[in-house]
Design a protein around this ligand. Structure first.
Ligand code: HPA
Length: 268
């Protein structure tokens, strides 16, 4: 019998389906949960050993249900290293998805724009990342995971084709993971551009590394909520970041109802 890190409440075990894909929703993108049918939801605090964010009303929920006829799992809310959690803890939802039987993860986040050709409200598909937080979910082990293709090329090509068909503009780019929680300085944004980043954010990379270490296929999408510090002459505001995310949920829905069944059939 394989080791199970998390003990699950009965409602989850009784659901009786195996989600093929686990989806993590980033800041402001929680409204996507309404796209699921026949949903079973449990609080993170009902799943033994899953880290729970301290903030009131931010406990986080795991939802399982059907999207376009396929069983999927959604993690609404994540814990971050800037809250004091380790990178391993920040990647716990991915290990939970793996325990539920998922072979693929679709990670979403809110990110600041570093590439001046991008606009707020748009989306970027990650083709690679820079781990500038210099933390790893695999620390403590000696797991020398190959990272030549963290974000699956085959899945990216399929997503790109569907986005073009539906008319959703989707940039391609490199995501820089910084620890936060403060936003960057203008000098840091210029440095990130010099280093080859197109967007910057405080999540996703530990989950992507963890998923690859478990042999899962990864795709990740950044909702571009704001220009990086110093790029627009305006200061950054978390409320605006959340609002832009909420408005972008409709296009995420349109893309994922097309893409999820195809992701599953690509693995069959
Ligand atoms: N920087 C880092 N993380 C972010 C930003 C940003 O500008 N916007 C949303 N998440």
């Amino acid at each position: 019998m394989s080791f199970s890190e998390f003990s699950l409440p009965e409602s989850l075990s009784e659901w009786g389906q195996k989600p093929r894909i686990g989806l993590v929703l980033g800041s402001g993108l929680g409204g996507f949960v309404d796209s699921l049918e026949n949903t079973v939801s449990v609080g993170y605090d009902d799943i033994d050993r899953l880290p729970v964010s301290g903030g009131e009303g931010h406990a986080g929920k795991l939802h399982v249900g059907m999207l376009a006829g396929e069983p999927i799992a959604i993690a609404q809310g994540r814990v971050h290293t800037y809250e004091g959690w380790s990178a391993r803890e920040a990647a716990a939802t991915v290990r939970l998805f793996h325990q539920l039987g998922a072979e693929m993860v679709l990670l979403t986040n809110a990110a600041g724009i570093v590439n001046p050709d991008f606009q707020p409200g748009g989306w970027m598909m990650l083709n690679d990342h820079l781990n500038l937080a210099c933390l790893s979910p695999l620390a403590g082990g000696s797991h020398f995971v190959d990272q030549t293709e963290v974000y699956s090329k085959a899945l990216r090509e399929m997503l790109r084709a569907r986005a073009d068909e539906i008319g959703i503009s989707l940039h391609d780019g490199v995501y820089a993971w910084v620890n936060g929680p403060e936003y960057e300085t203008p000098a840091e944004i210029r440095m990130l551009r010099t280093l080859g980043a197109d967007a910057v954010g405080m999540s996703t990379v530990p989950e992507a590394i963890q998923a690859r270490a478990l042999g899962m296929h990864v795709v990740a999408l950044s909702c571009l909520t704001n220009y990086g510090a110093g790029m627009s002459g305006e200061s950054l505001d978390h409320g605006e970041v959340m609002d832009v995310g909420k408005k972008a949920v409709a296009s995420l829905h349109d893309l994922l109802v097309e893409v999820v069944p195809e992701m599953i059939s690509q693995q069959d």
